[in-house]
Design a protein around this ligand. Sequence first.
Ligand code: SF4
Length: 245
Amino acid sequence: MDDIKEMYFSQTALRTYLSCPYRFKKRYIDGLYWRYESDSIQLGSEFHLDMKRHFLGLPLSGKNSNLVSAATMFLPMEAGKKYLPEYTLRYNDNSVKITVRYDLLVIGDTIEIYDWKVGKSKLNASKLATDIQTQLYLYTMASAGQIIKKDMEPADISITYFNPFHPSSPVHINYDSYKLDKNRIYISGLVSRILKDSEYALTTDKRKCIHCEYNRLCNGKSVSARSINGQDSDLSWDDIEEISF
Ligand code: SF4
């Protein structure tokens, strides 16, 4: 990217920076990507695509039908509500440019955000409550979602994470003005920190390097699709889009 000030930050970009600023630089500023498609990414892509087809009323692929059935039983479509799969929302507040691609929005009296996860492990509710994805998704909706629903309040918004491998353990998180203020401070602070960074330091936590595509560059260690595969069992749709483009 020629000018990072023009960049719209996704949750993957913010997460990458939080994990390792140098990795962020390699991926987003130097444009040094490794294109690969692991089994997890393929499953995630197929599942997300079928969920999109379902909510658009299109024929399904027939792949992963048990997983798709679990999700559609969890969220039956209701008359009077609007279903918007794969909806992208961008927010530009001068110095803070952010972008979110929601797996699904359900618009009625409230705005329900749904995010599909296909990792093998159960969702971790306490981790998700403070995760950068949760913060960014809710904050962006509260800040820019008026184009979807006029006069909505932060308390009208919620996010639900659902994993079809564990259909009885969804994680539901409500929003409010207090959380919005906290998220605004945190996200704008994080974005301005990235924009001012000139060092892009390597992480000191070498455990993160094991699953990093730049391990050879930084540590002289071999890198394989298998070693990277271990990190992507619970990716979001925008992770899949960004990593596998
Ligand atoms: S190998 Fe380690 S230090 Fe290098 S970019 Fe990856 S996570 Fe950062």
